[in-house]
Design a protein around this ligand. Structure first.
Ligand code: XMP
Length: 512
């Protein structure tokens, strides 16, 4: 096992992800972890993360003594490298030549950290983000790679098995960064690399049992990947101590509510309360056209209904959530300054402040694709595990303007045809999200011998890795043609189909 000490970098979780991908179990702890705790964890290797801080700051985060006292391999990344150099007797300076973004390093010596991936004489692309840099090495170290802005881009003390990199091997912009981390966990730290998602499942089950004891847990289920995986995992851990609440706001896709109920009650035998609150939601939304008011109304009602149902059960101690790692970072401001609200995202995430319950969040460290792997490990059907993300406010934000049951029914028909064709063409898994939007305009068309004056719809499909940026999917024209004619022929009320080719940014994925 590997210990990652977090000094506050935005991308520390990516280090964990790369370590897991190398088949090695790891945990992330804050740098304030005590020496006793670190010793008790008995890591085979330790990775020190980057940080927004500078080693020259008055309260610069310090490396716990146990890190070097244990005698295990250590890899310092960016700030981790600088902090390591400083404690071991090197020098770090703030330099005018800051490096941000893509950079190149020249490998000047061979080293166990990149054996088999890079070799002396190579020039390699990496991702840098630093203002400070090491200017003099501690005794025992040698430089094995240099960059324009950092004379010590990679340093090594192979005797003590201490390594430092100025760049970020954990981000995808460092193309061979994952191999570097793998070399560290396998070749340097000697981990076997036989850890799997099954291991994660067992460990999380044990952790949930320990946290919950004999307490009772409630969990909001939406039918999406995250809450489904969280619910099944928690159910495996504590069985009927878990009750799921499915608030059906009436704005799901065709057949989804039924599928949620039959899967979780039927297949998994999970206690599930299905509250059909569609009248309540649709009444409240009747005249609402402003996107933010729509979102806030849905968020508020969701919490109200959830609380009513939770009160009926009475006496639950814990609230379970399928919070993922990107949800955690997205809620933190990247700049530290005031950030603008683009949309008020609604999901069960709004509940904790209100309900004052302890949280169970077994997916907090995972990324979406890892959650899907875990779901497969738990035998959740592929139709749920592989499902595209679906926003909490549902189809309401895919109908600009006021919504009603008729518009929802129309959109469901369009959406069903579109997704059917995407699946038939074998494209579903290549796309991050695909959906239809019902436009609030009517346009003139001609069908047979007659004039039509019906609504238009837009189709959207994007690729993305995390939803933060996205590009439209380049369907071939024959595919779009097929979908458009099916929609106009089969859905009465729609006579025009458009395809949205906006990327994010400047667009967002959803229309509202
Ligand atoms: P945008 O439209 O902001 O969406 O580019 C980014 C991703 O988030 C999803 N989304 C939501 N998910 N509650 C959610 O749980 C919401 O209120 C919400 N709004 C957007 C969207 O579908 C995309 O995957």
């Amino acid at each position: 096992r590997v210990l990652i000490l977090d000094f506050g970098s935005q991308v520390t979780q990516l280090i964990a992800r790369r370590v897991r991908e190398s088949g090695v179990y790891c945990e992330i702890w804050p740098f304030t972890a005590t020496d006793e705790r670190i010793r008790a964890f008995a890591p085979r290797g330790i990775i020190l993360s980057g940080s927004p801080a500078s080693v020259h700051d008055e309260n610069a985060p310090a490396i716990p003594d146990a890190v070097f006292a244990l005698g295990v391999p250590v890899l310092g990344i960016c700030y981790g490298q600088q902090a390591m150099c400083r404690v071991l007797g090197g020098k770090v300076e703030t330099h005018e030549h800051r490096e941000f973004g893509r950079a190149h390093i020249d490998i000047t010596e061979d080293c166990a950290l990149f054996r088999g991936t890079w070799a002396r004489g190579n020039r390699e692309q990496v991702w840098m983000s630093h203002g400070d840099r090491v200017t003099s090495l501690p005794p025992g170290f040698r430089a094995v790679a240099v960059s324009e802005g950092a004379p010590f881009a990679i340093i090594a003390d192979e005797g003590r098995r201490l390594y430092g990199v100025q760049f970020h091997p954990e981000v995808v912009h460092t193309p061979h960064g994952a191999s570097l981390i793998r070399n560290f966990t396998h070749d340097v730290a000697g981990c076997k690399g036989n850890w799997t998602m099954a291991g994660f499942r067992d460990l999380e089950i044990a952790k949930i049992r320990e946290q919950v004891g004999t307490g009772r847990v409630i969990c909001g289920l939406s039918g999406g990947v995250d809450s489904s995986v969280a619910a099944v995992l928690i159910h495996e851990a504590i069985g009927d101590q878990l009750t799921c609440i499915f608030v059906d706001h009436g704005m799901l896709r065709a057949g989804e509510a039924e599928e949620v109920v039959s899967t979780f009650r039927g297949r998994f035998n999970i206690r599930l309360i299905h509250r059909d609150a569609s009248d309540l939601f649709l009444d409240a939304l009747k005249d609402v056209t402003d996107p933010e008011i729509k979102r806030k109304t849905i968020g508020r009602l969701f919490i109200e209904v959830f609380e009513q149902e939770a009160a009926k059960i009475g006496g639950a101690d814990f609230l379970a959530q399928g919070t993922l790692y990107p949800d955690v970072i997205e809620s933190v401001s990247f700049t530290g300054g005031p950030s603008v609200t683009i949309k008020s995202h609604h999901n069960v995430g709004g509940l904790p402040e209100r309900m004052n319950m302890k949280l169970v969040e077994p997916l907090r460290e995972l990324f979406k694709d890892e959650v899907r792997d875990l779901g497969r490990e738990l035998d959740i059907p592929e139709s749920i595990v592989g499902r595209h993300p679906f926003p909490g406010p549902g189809l309401a934000i895919r109908i600009p303007g006021a919504i009603d049951r008729d518009k929802l029914a129309l959109l469901r028909k369009v959406d069903t045809i579109y997704l059917e064709e995407i699946r038939r063409a074998g494209l579903y898994d290549a796309i991050w999200q695909a959906f239809a939007v019902l436009l609030p305009v009517r346009t003139v068309g001609v069908m047979g011998d007659g004039r039509t004056y019906d609504q238009a719809c837009a189709l959207r499909a994007v690729t993305s890795t995390d939803g933060m940026t996205a590009e439209f999917y380049p369907f071939d024209m024959a595919f779009l043609n097929r979908v458009a004619s099916r929609i106009v022929n089969e859905v009465r009320g729609i006579n025009r189909v458009t395809y949205d080719i906006t990327s994010k940014p400047p667009g967002t994925i959803e229309w509202e």
